[in-house]
Design a protein around this ligand. Structure first.
Ligand code: S3P
Length: 442
C-alpha cells in the first residue's frame, strides 16, 4: 500500500447516516480496569486502532487473558494484585500517550522493573507530569530527561498522596487515580476539570468508593485504594474526536447533511460543539441518554455558509483539546479574526500542533499570528485553493492527516498527504468512511 494519498477534488454534496468507532479514551481505560477486575468483562464496540491494540497486547503480556468473541472483547481480570510481571518486562506503548501515562500508575505495586518505550513521537513527549506525582506514592523511575524509554519500579509499600494537578490533564489525573487504586488509604487529587471517563468507570461500573467535590474552578477527587472490584459489561459509545472531522467536513461542504449516531457527548468533551455553534454552525443534538455516567446522543450537522469568527473562551480549552486542528481549519473559512489563548498544551501532543497548524494555514494562504500559547486566525469565507500542496513531516500525527483530508475535500487544490498509516492510531477506517460519502481519494 502506498504511504501517501492524493486528493484533487472537493467532495460532492452528501446526505448520510454514520456511526463512529468506539471512543479511544474510554477503550483504553476499560482494558486497563477490566484487567484488574475479578471475573470476565465484556467490552462491545471497543476501538480497534493501534493505540488500543498496543494496550491489549501489553496487558496480555502481563498475564491477562483477552479474547475477541463475536462482537465483543472478553477480558479475564486478574485482580488488583494479580498482574504477572516478569523480570525484564518490556512494554511498547507505540504512539499512545494515554496508555503510556495511565500505565505508569496502573503498575504502581509492581516490584519488578518495567521498561516502557514508544515510537518516535511518543519518545519526544513529557513524562515528568506523571513521574513527579507518582514518585510521591513511593514509585521510582529512571529516564533521560523524563522522556521514554523509562524504567518503572513500583513498590508494595505505596503511600496515599495529596496532589494538585494544574494542567487540566486527564492523563495525569487518571494515572494518579490508578496508582491510588493500588494504594492503601485515601488519595486526594485536586485538579483542573478535564475529561472524566476514569471517574465515571470507577463510579458506575466498578462501584469503587470515589468522592468528587467541586470547589470554585477545581475538583477534588478522593479515591480509597485496595478495594477489589468485579468485572463488568460495557458498550463503548462513538468517539467525538473522530466525529469532529466529519462534522467540519459537512459544515464546510455545500448542501450536505450528516447524522452521526451514538456519539459520546460527555460535557468534558463537547467543547468543539460549543465552539462551532458559537461560530454559527448548524448542529443539533437528538436522542440523548445517559450511559454509565456518559452522555450519549446523535449529532445532526448541516452545511453552513455564514460562519463567523470566535474569541475562544479559555474555559473551553480542555474540553476541546484534541479538536483544535479541525477547529482552526473552520476558522480559516469564517468571517473575521478568531483568537485562541492558553493552548500551549497543543505543543505537547503527538506533534507540536500549534506549529503544525500555523505552518499548514500559512501554506494555504491564511494569515495567522502564532504565539507561545495561542493563535490568531484571519478567516476568509471566500478561501478557495487551486495550487499544489504537500503535507509531510508532521511526526505522523493522525489528527494532522485527517484535518488535511478535510481541507483538501472542502477547499480545493491538489493535495498530496503523506503517511496515511498515521490514521491507524485512532481511526483505521477513516478513509473508507470518506469514500462512502463520495470522496475521491487516490
Ligand atoms: C486523553 C487526555 C488528553 C487528550 C488525549 C487523551 C485521555 O491528554 O489530549 O488525546 O484519554 O485522558 P492530556 O490529558 O494530556 O491533556
Amino acid at each position: 500500500m502506498k504511504s501517501s494519498i492524493i486528493i484533487r477534488n472537493k467532495i460532492s454534496n452528501f446526505k448520510k447516516n454514520l456511526s463512529m468507532p468506539g471512543d479511544k479514551s474510554i477503550s483504553i481505560r476499560l482494558i486497563l480496569l477490566a484487567s484488574l477486575a475479578i471475573g470476565k468483562s465484556k467490552i462491545y464496540n471497543l476501538l480497534e486502532s493501534e493505540d488500543v491494540i498496543n494496550t491489549l497486547k501489553s496487558m496480555k503480556s502481563l498475564g491477562v487473558n483477552i479474547n475477541k468473541i463475536k462482537n465483543y472483547y472478553e477480558i479475564n481480570g486478574v485482580s488488583i494484585k494479580g498482574l504477572n510481571l516478569k523480570k525484564k518486562t518490556k512494554i511498547n506503548a507505540g504512539n499512545s500517550g494515554t496508555f503510556a501515562r495511565l500505565f505508569c500508575g496502573l503498575v504502581a505495586r509492581s516490584n519488578k522493573k518495567i521498561n516502557l518505550y514508544g515510537d518516535k513521537s511518543l519518545s519526544k513527549r513529557d513524562f515528568s507530569r506523571v513521574i513527579n506525582p507518582l514518585k510521591l506514592f513511593g514509585m521510582k523511575f529512571k529516564s533521560s530527561n523524563n522522556k521514554l524509554p523509562i524504567i518503572i519500579s513500583g513498590t508494595e509499600f505505596l503511600r496515599p498522596v495529596i496532589y494538585e494537578e494544574k494542567k487540566g490533564s486527564a492523563q495525569v489525573k487518571s494515572a494518579l487515580m490508578l496508582a491510588a487504586l493500588n494504594t492503601p488509604g485515601e488519595t486526594k487529587i485536586i485538579s483542573v476539570p478535564s475529561r472524566n471517563h476514569t471517574e465515571n468507570i470507577f463510579k458506575h461500573c466498578l462501584n469503587i468508593p470515589i468522592k468528587i467535590l467541586k470547589k470554585k474552578s477545581k475538583e477534588i477527587i478522593k479515591v480509597s485504594g485496595l478495594k477489589q472490584f468485579k468485572s463488568f459489561d460495557y458498550k463503548v459509545p462513538g468517539d467525538i474526536s473522530s466525529a469532529s472531522f466529519f462534522i467540519v467536513l459537512t459544515i464546510l461542504s455545500k448542501n450536505s447533511i450528516l447524522k452521526i449516531r451514538n456519539v459520546n457527548l460527555n460535557k468534558t468533551r463537547t467543547g468543539i460543539i460549543e465552539i462551532l455553534k458559537k461560530m454559527n454552525a448548524k448542529i443539533n443534538i437528538i436522542n440523548t441518554k445517559l450511559y454509565n455516567g456518559e452522555f450519549v446522543g446523535d449529532i445532526i450537522v448541516k452545511s453552513t455558509k455564514s460562519l463567523k469568527s470566535i474569541n475562544c473562551p479559555k474555559s473551553l480549552n480542555t474540553r476541546s483539546i484534541d479538536e483544535f486542528l479541525i477547529i482552526f481549519l473552520t476558522c480559516a473559512k469564517a468571517k473575521g479574526l478568531s483568537k485562541f489563548k492558553g493552548i500551549g498544551e497543543l505543543r505537547n501532543k503527538e506533534s507540536d500542533r500549534l506549529k503544525v497548524a500555523s505552518n499548514f494555514l500559512k501554506m494555504i494562504g491564511v494569515q495567522i499570528k502564532e504565539s507561545k500559547d495561542g493563535l490568531m486566525i484571519y478567516g476568509n469565507p471566500n478561501l478557495e485553493l487551486n495550487g499544489n500542496y504537500v503535507i509531510k513531516d508532521y511526526l505522523k500525527d493522525h489528527r494532522v492527516f485527517m484535518m488535511s483530508c478535510v481541507a483538501a475535500l472542502t477547499l480545493g487544490g491538489n493535495f498530496t498527504i503523506k503517511d496515511r498509516d498515521s490514521i491507524k492510531t485512532s481511526f483505521p477506517n477513516f478513509l473508507n468512511i470518506l469514500e462512502n460519502l463520495g470522496a475521491k481519494i487516490q
